[in-house]
Write a protein that binds this ligand. Structure first.
Ligand code: RB5
Length: 145
């Protein structure tokens, strides 16, 4: 199950992402927002982070206008590794190296065609499991010094 959250700046791109997930048969839960009416992106970052952290959703996708605000907000929450991606190389690398659990994108930055390829790459790339990457994640999380 994938958790989806956006603000008004990400709402339109999120509709494209949903259409792609429907076509690909990927299950998702929506946590808002549900229109282009102005809202506060940290609210949606937290809703998605909460369900990723409690395990009811395996990953999250967050979209705001730039992807910056919503990824900053998500990354303030311990245990969240939100990767702001505008290209497929980064989406692949952040899964392989960082085991990122949330993908963030900018609705005013990437077009729909690229965005769904980024989503596809992010969702279908496993963590490499390599020790050096696992160690770096433990250092991020503060479980290793
Ligand atoms: C909203 O106008 C915009 O500030 C927001 O979507 C995002 O880009 C913030 O980083």
């Amino acid at each position: 199950m994938i958790a989806l959250g956006c603000d008004h700046g990400g709402y339109e791109l999120m509709q494209e992402v949903k259409a792609y997930l429907d076509k690909a048969g990927v299950e998702y839960k929506e946590f808002g927002c549900f229109s282009t009416e102005a809202v506060d992106y940290p609210v949606y970052a937290r809703k998605v982070a909460d369900v990723v952290l409690n395990g009811s959703c395996e990953k999250g996708i967050l979209i705001c206008g730039t992807g910056i605000g919503i990824s900053i907000a998500a990354n303030r929450i311990p245990g969240i590794r939100a990767a702001l991606c505008s290209d497929c190389f980064s989406a692949e690398a952040t899964r392989l190296h960082n085991d990122a659990n949330i993908l963030a994108m900018g609705g005013r930055v990437v077009g729909p065609g690229l965005a769904v390829k980024i989503v596809d790459t992010f969702l279908n790339t496993p963590f490499s499991g390599e020790e050096r990457h696992a160690r770096r994640i433990r250092l991020i999380e503060g479980t290793e010094e």
